[in-house]
Design a protein around this ligand. Structure first.
Ligand code: GTP
Ligand code: MG
Length: 345
């Protein structure tokens, strides 16, 4: 696919929300559903992200998603921490995202980091949907594992249904008090002017099929043009974290959202006062099934193409900053690329 013009990359989906509202559990559930559908291994854990291919989305969503209707390759999810001290990472995740899921616990409603996440999305102009999570905790909920939530809700007792609706309308009200017109996703006609609320349970899986369907539909309809990339071109990415990796010293965990990065590339990484110009020493990705703890958690790869997560080992990364741009120089003048990076800081 190298250099293929007009190729479409995977949209990047940030998962944002208050601490403990279930962001990580929701991603775990999506992974679990893939395993359930016999798609173990189809979902790959990247550095700081989870890639879910279209065929897997279609298997989980059942008749809701026909892969023939889509030409985007899938979705790449970025988990973010909800704890108040991680506002930089949330902000980076939000800025990097093409689209976002705002996770709200139906019992807790809007909390400080929910508001903060919404401010980030407004500032960056990122379209989002709301996952109203933990619907299984409504007293008397009768689990309908992994079914679309619209169907699962209809099969509950009247009491449970009205109890849940009360909480959902509370959330819709909180959105509208922030001047955001929102409704249950099945009533939304125009997702550009209305935010869809998808009731879900990260515990029992209700709503996961609809959540993936709505995201995929939104991406396809409104973001296709933005996903057209120059696959073989020099990579552009964002630093998510700067950390020590055994055997490699200071490394950066980043997400590549355009082009490709190769193991022998010269890169520019944003830093103050001067951006870093350095040579890639290794591109690292988690070994498949790296759950088994071993000394070699990562494998070296020769190339990474958008959109993917990657750990980059290179000299002189100590001053790299979370959120800073990463640019591959390739056939360009290093000083031009440095200027480009400085402008973005
Ligand atoms: P941070 O990363 O710390 O911001 O939290 P998080 O949003 O990733 O929340 P996490 O997924 O860690 O879930 C927090 C707790 O809520 C865990 O104990 C989960 O098991 C529980 N939980 C998450 N989703 C659900 C759900 O849908 N139903 C129920 N019953 N529990 C849930
Ligand atoms: Mg989490």
């Amino acid at each position: 696919t190298e250099g293929e013009p007009g190729a479409l990359r995977t949209p990047i989906v940030a998962v944002l929300g208050h601490v403990d509202h279930g962001k990580t559990s929701l991603l775990d559930k999506i992974r679990g559903s893939a395993v359930h559908e016999g798609e173990a291994g189809a979902i790959t854990q990247h550095i700081g992200s989870t890639a879910v291919p279209l065929d897997t989305i279609s298997d989980i969503a059942g008749e809701l998603v026909d892969p023939d209707d889509f030409d985007l390759p899938g979705l790449l999810y970025i988990d973010t921490p909800g704890h108040h001290s991680f506002s930089t990472l949330r902000s980076r995740g939000g800025a990097l995202a093409d689209i976002a899921i705002l996770v709200v616990d139906v019992n807790d409603g809007f909390q400080p980091q929910t508001h903060e996440a919404m401010d980030i999305l407004a500032r960056t102009g990122t379209p989002f949907i709301v996952a109203a999570n933990k619907i299984d905790t409504v007293p008397g909920w009768n689990p309908e594992p992994n079914r679309p939530s619209k169907v699962a809700i209809e099969s509950q007792s009247d009491r449970v249904e009205s109890d849940l609706n009360e909480r959902l309308y509370e959330i819709i009200g909180q959105l509208s008090s922030k001047d955001i017109s929102a409704d249950m996703y099945w009533r939304v006609q125009d997702f550009q002017s209305n935010v869809g609320v998808v009731p879900v349970s990260a515990e029992t899986g209700e709503g996961v099929p609809d959540l993936l369907t709505v995201l995929m539909g939104l991406s396809q309809r409104y973001m296709k043009d933005e996903m057209a990339i120059d696959v073989g071109g020099p990579a552009a990415g964002t630093v998510l974290e700067v950390k020590d990796t055994q055997g490699f010293g200071t490394t950066i965990d980043g997400v590549i959202y355009d082009g490709t990065i190769q193991a022998n590339d010269t890169i520019v990484v944003g830093a103050k006062p001067n951006s870093i110009v350095t040579e890639v020493r290794a591109l690292l990705q988690p070994k498949p099934l790296a759950e088994i703890r071993s000394d070699e958690e990562f494998e070296q790869v020769s190339e990474v193409a958008a959109a993917e997560g990657v750990k980059i080992a290179a000299p002189d990364l100590d001053d790299a900053m979370a959120g800073a741009p990463i640019r591959v120089v390739r056939d360009r003048d290093t000083s031009d690329v440095v200027d480009l990076v400085q402008q973005e800081l």
